[in-house]
Ligand binder design. Structure first.
Ligand code: SAH
Ligand code: SF4
Length: 371
């Protein structure tokens, strides 16, 4: 017989929460919704509910489904959390601090990634499964338990957000709901490798969050070798949907380019990137490749770009009137920088946080065992 798993409340958009809590009245659902957004550690902490109600809810539902399994801190201020899901799967979420001290939560949307970009560690492990909205949202709660003031959220952790649209939409609905987290859409950005159908869907029905395209190179042949997703999502069509997205949402788009030493820093690459950008309102974000051991491209070890390559690239783009920013190597010391997520390190430290009760996790593991 299977043990019944208690439904998890953390990732439910308000309407779904109100539905599952029926016949409790609407205002009770609002109270629970707000408590989750505040990161309450248990139903017992919901002090505006009568104690028998708290106990009843605790018997029927789980608040959260994941726990912090470890953390690593880089001297540059970056913190990476290892998070364990109910089925034992491990994901990572990162807290970044910029030069002005602003904090950004970098969240994962999948355990692994199916797209196998040759320069990305996450891509090497393949896809295990999509994360559900609770698992995505809890990453934010876990990060907020170590840093209460987080200004921005980026979906740039493990996985391709646009291959997990239903759960992404639920997550965005919860995050932007004024009854709970109440985050502005302007503070949320998602990064995609260029899934045309997903961008179309987002333009038509999704919330107007910021969009970043991991372009890396606009040379079709080279991009197909570096990012195989290019073969089924051709660049000219991709540009068209970006244009439509921009018309629809009216927001500047970010073009990200991972710079790989000796591979995509040539004049042809900056020319092609500038041509791709023409007609779009973009800022180009250059990301010098963060080393991942053992990564090879067509028999050659990948390399960081030299200072000269980076400077030349920036100069050529700026010469064409493009706005260029350069991403710093935040979190390198703990393999928490872009593209370095996906290792399975030793658990460094057991940490407790509001949304991380080992008890919950054990419950879930047990309840998945067939007996
Ligand atoms: N799958 C989505 C979002 C996650 S990846 C996407 O690809 O956009 C986040 C960013 O990290 C992407 O821009 C990706 O190109 C970049 N990246 C991947 N591996 C990297 C590495 N080793 N060094 C620097 N950036 C990397
Ligand atoms: Fe997946 Fe993005 Fe990594 Fe490519 S860069 S393998 S799309 S996570």
């Amino acid at each position: 017989m299977h043990h019944q798993v208690k439904p998890v409340l953390s990732g439910l958009p308000f309407e779904a929460l109100a539905e599952i809590l029926k016949p409790l009245p609407h205002f009770r659902a609002e109270q629970v919704f707000r408590w989750i957004a505040r990161g309450v550690s248990s139903f017992q902490g919901m002090t505006n509910l009568a104690i028998p109600l708290r106990e009843d809810l605790e018997g029927r539902f789980s608040l959260y489904s994941s726990v912090i399994a470890g953390r690593a801190a880089d001297p540059d201020g970056t913190v990476k959390l290892y998070i364990r899901l109910y089925d034992g799967e491990r994901i990572e979420a990162v807290l970044l601090t910029d030069g002005a001290g602003r904090k950004t939560a970098c969240l994962s949307t999948q355990a692994g990634c199916p797209l196998a970009c040759v320069f990305c560690k996450t891509g090497t492990r393949g896809l295990t499964r999509n994360l559900d909205s609770g698992e995505i949202l809890e990453q934010f709660l876990h990060l907020r338990s170590i840093e209460p003031e987080i200004a921005n959220i980026v979906f740039m952790g493990m996985g391709e957000p646009l291959l997990n649209l239903p759960e992404l939409y639920k997550t965005l609905a919860v995050l932007t709901d004024s009854r709970g987290f109440g985050l502005s859409k302007r503070r949320i950005t998602l990064s995609t490798s260029g899934i045309i159908a997903g961008i179309r869907h987002l333009a038509a029905t999704g919330p107007a969050v910021g969009l970043a395209l991991s372009l890396t190179t606009a040379d079709t042949k080279l991009r197909s070798r570096l990012m195989p997703i290019t073969l089924s999502n051709p660049l000219p069509l991709l540009k068209d949907v970006l244009y439509d997205y921009q018309q629809q949402q009216g927001r500047r788009i970010t073009l990200e380019a991972v710079l790989l030493g000796g591979i995509n820093t040539r004049q042809e690459d900056s020319d092609a990137l500038a041509a791709f950008a023409a007609g779009l309102d973009v800022v180009v974000n250059l990301i010098p490749w963060n080393p991942v051991e053992g990564m090879v491209f067509e028999g050659q070890a990948l390399q960081e770009p030299s200072r000269r390559e980076i400077a030349g690239y920036i100069q050529r783009l700026e010469g064409r009137g493009l706005k260029v920013t350069r991403r710093l190597h935040k979190g390198r010391g703990i393999a928490g920088a872009c593209g370095q997520l996906g290792a399975l390190p030793e658990i460094s430290e057991q940490v407790s946080s509001p949304a991380s009760r080992v008890g919950t996790w054990l419950f879930h593991v047990k309840s998945h065992v067939k007996i």
